[in-house]
Write a protein that binds this ligand. Structure first.
Ligand SMILES: NC(=O)c1ccc[n+]([C@@H]2O[C@H](COP(=O)([O-])OP(=O)(O)OC[C@H]3O[C@@H](n4cnc5c(N)ncnc54)[C@H](OP(=O)(O)O)[C@@H]3O)[C@@H](O)[C@H]2O)c1
Length: 371
């Protein structure tokens, strides 16, 4: 048995009916094709779908986590034109988790249109042209000067996802297309370390740098809540465009930091215990501590980022997206983080490295000293 499956079944056996919610079987079992599926969101979707009684197929190159969920059928291929393995097969729905350029999305949508009646595309809130004000699903999306570009980077990611959405909708038509635009996806198995930084940092104990004010708003979506919403959309053939993230005003950076401290104190009990030192946005800027990358999940809601945490989740909430409590997301992320390989735990991909954080805290204390 794979480690992931063992952990899941052991956890399930240990806490069934207590911590883990019971997933009810769907009324009608479906055959679901997932393009991608083996990294972060994909396995969580698959686990939820399997618990609902559905049958899954993963389509990918066989490079990323080849051992994950070995009981799920694999079709090997490449979105860049090697789709033959999908021909002559029928599914009830396709979930496109791995579409980053419109040409790839169009290729798969055109090939599957006659044999799969519903296309769900995982997009992103990064499609929006600006975050200077609040966005909803009708806000303008970013545009590329050259729409044929296929290099995915910080500049092109959002506009390419917007073009990919259009490709899916043009081929399938709006009534058979679902576009989910997640905000920051967080929780167990997150390979970016952005949200994970906070519980991991609290678990090291001692004073640590926290950004801005505790009341600063943030938005996230727990990968398991997003996975369940996506599968429900497939089951109910919910078509349309949905921002998929926590409602405006639900969470603050103070929630993330406070729950991280609580979880660390309960699970790890580090000495000295963790305690946050809140550093104003202006001080962080003067220290060249960058929002989002050095202080993940957070950005000051001013200027070009004034709408950073104001993306409407009302439509998805009405359609059934539920958001679990912050404490649950933080604690489960910490428990997952603690069983990662040592090398991954030692070198996180986001957040302030320990030496830099020590220098920033020292500068704060020096600045606070009278005289
Ligand atoms: N992380 C976030 O905070 C965030 C926020 C908003 C939106 N999103 C969106 O969430 C989605 C899910 O990301 P994820 O990493 O969790 O996805 P995933 O589906 O779990 O993993 C990516 C999959 O794509 C496959 N793949 C990559 N290139 C391929 C190719 N050329 N042909 C066939 N398969 C290919 C990979 O397998 P192989 O390498 O084996 O091919 C892997 O199975 C993405 O669309 C992303 O834009 C993420």
């Amino acid at each position: 048995m794979q480690r992931r499956e063992f952990v899941l079944s052991a956890l399930g056996a240990a806490v069934a009916g207590t911590l883990l919610p019971t997933v009810l079987r769907a009324e009608r079992p479906l055959r679901i094709l997932v393009l991608g599926g083996t990294r972060f969101l994909g396995p969580h979707m698959a686990e939820y779908a399997l618990a609902r009684g559905h049958t899954l197929t993963f389509f990918n190159r066989g490079k990323t986590n080849p051992g994950v969920l070995p009981s799920v059928e694999r079709i090997q291929g490449d979105r860049n034109g090697q789709l033959d393995g999908l021909k002559g097969r029928k599914w009830d729905a396709v979930i496109d988790n791995s579409g980053y350029v419109p040409r790839h999305v169009r290729l798969s949508a055109e090939l599957l249109k006659e044999s799969v009646p519903h296309y769900l595309f995982i997009s992103t809130v990064s499609v929006y042209a600006s975050f200077a004000a609040a966005n909803d699903e009708d806000s303008p999306v970013g545009k590329l000067a050259d729409p044929t570009v296929e290099k995915v980077d910080g500049e092109t990611y959002g506009p390419l996802k917007a073009l990919s959405e259009s490709a899916a909708r043009e081929v399938y038509g709006p009534a058979a297309t679902t576009i989910l635009r997640p905000g920051l996806i967080v929780g167990p198995d997150d390979n970016t370390d952005r949200f994970t930084y906070w519980p991991a940092r609290a678990a090291r104990g001692g004073e640590f740098a926290a950004p801005g004010r505790p009341a600063d708003p943030i938005q996230i979506v727990d990968v398991r809540d997003l996975a369940a919403f996506a599968i429900r959309c497939v089951e109910q053939r919910t078509a349309g465009v949905f921002n998929a993230l926590s409602p405006v005003g639900r969470f603050t950076i103070g929630d993330v930091v406070d729950e991280s401290v609580q979880a660390a104190r309960q699970v790890v009990k580090p000495q000295p215990p963790p305690s946050a030192v809140w550093l104003p946005a202006e001080f962080l800027a003067a220290q060249s501590v960058a929002p989002w990358s050095d202080m993940p999940v957070w950005a000051p809601s001013v200027g070009e980022e004034a709408g950073f945490a104001l993306t409407s989740a009302a439509r998805a909430t009405k359609a059934g997206l539920t958001i679990r409590p912050m404490a649950e997301t933080v604690t489960d992320t910490l428990r997952w983080h603690l069983q990662r390989p040592e090398a991954e735990r030692q070198k996180l991909k986001a957040g302030l490295p320990p030496e830099r954080e020590a220098a920033v805290l020292a500068a704060w204390k020096a600045a606070a000293k009278p005289g």
